[in-house]
Design a protein around this ligand. Structure first.
Ligand code: DX5
Ligand code: ZN
Length: 216
C-alpha cells in the first residue's frame, strides 16, 4: 500500500493534490502542533474538509501532545486510521479502544529512537504500527536505515500471530529506499516528497507500488 503524505503538497490546492493521486491506498495527513514536534501544520477543520472531497481513506498521523484528549475527534470526523505517538500518549490502550469505538482503525507510532519491545502488549490493541524512519516534523529528510530492524521485529510478531496489525513506515521513502523497506516487511509506505515533488505524482505512486511489490 502507498500513502502519499500531503505535507509535501501545495496546501492552497489540497483537493487538486488529492485528485492527482487517485490510485493511492490511503492519504497520509500529518497533524503537527509545534509542541510534540517543532513544526505546525493543520488540524481537524482541514481534515474535515479533505474528507468531503475524497473517497480515499484518510490516514491521520497525529504528532501532537495530549493525543488522549484530541485524537478521538479525528476518528469521529471519519478518518480511516488515526495514529498517535506512544511517546505522547498517557494511556495508549484506552486510547486505542476509544478510537475503535468511534469507528476508526487505531495506529501507534514510534520515533526512530523508541524501541518496540516495551510496547508489544500495547500493540495488541492496535491495527497499525507506524515506524518513523526520520525524526518526525519535516518532509524531505534522509531515510534512517537502522529502523528496519524494528520493522523486521514487527513483521515476525505479525507472521507468528503475536500481533495483528499493518506495518507502516514514514520518512525518506523513495525509489532508492522503498525496496529495502519492502524486504524488511512493510505493508504500507508513506511517501511525501517522493510523490509530490515528482513531475507526475500519480505515476510516482504507481512506480513506488510496483517497486515495493517487486522487492517483497
Ligand atoms: C514527517 C512526516 C512524514 C513526511 C514524510 O514527520 O510524518 O509523513 O511527510 O515526508 P518524506 O516522504 O518526504 O520523508
Ligand atoms: Zn507522517
Amino acid at each position: 500500500m502507498i500513502a502519499p503524505s500531503i505535507l509535501s503538497a501545495d496546501f492552497a490546492r489540497l483537493a487538486d493534490e488529492l485528485a492527482a493521486v487517485p490510485t493511492s491506498d490511503w492519504i497520509h495527513v500529518d497533524v503537527m502542533d509545534n509542541h510534540f514536534v517543532p513544526n505546525l501544520t493543520l488540524g481537524l477543520p482541514v481534515v474535515k474538509s479533505l474528507l468531503k472531497v475524497t473517497d480515499i481513506p484518510i490516514d491521520c498521523h497525529l504528532m501532537i501532545e495530549d493525543p488522549d484528549r484530541w485524537a478521538i475527534e479525528y476518528a469521529e470526523a471519519g478518518a480511516y486510521n488515526v495514529t498517535v505517538h506512544v511517546e505522547a500518549a498517557q494511556d495508549p490502550i484506552k486510547l486505542a479502544k476509544n478510537l475503535k469505538a468511534a469507528g476508526a482503525k487505531a495506529g501507534l507510532s514510534i520515533k526512530p529512537g523508541t524501541p518496540l519491545e516495551p510496547y508489544v502488549d500495547v500493540l495488541k490493541h492496535y491495527d497499525t504500527l507506524l515506524v518513523m524512519s526520520v525524526e518526525p516534523g519535516f518532509g524531505g529528510q534522509k531515510f534512517m536505515v537502522d529502523v528496519l530492524e524494528k520493522v523486521r521485529q514487527a513483521r515476525r510478531l505479525v507472521d507468528t500471530g503475536h500481533l495483528k496489525l499493518l506495518v507502516e513506515i514514514d520518512g525518506g521513502i523513495n525509489a532508492e529506499t522503498i525496496e529495502q523497506a519492502a524486504q524488511a516487511g512493510v505493508d504500507c509506505f508513506v511517501a511525501g516528497s517522493a510523490v509530490y515533488d515528482a513531475a507526475e505524482p500519480g505515476k510516482a505512486v504507481e512506480a513506488l507500488r510496483a517497486q515495493a511489490a517487486g522487492a517483497r
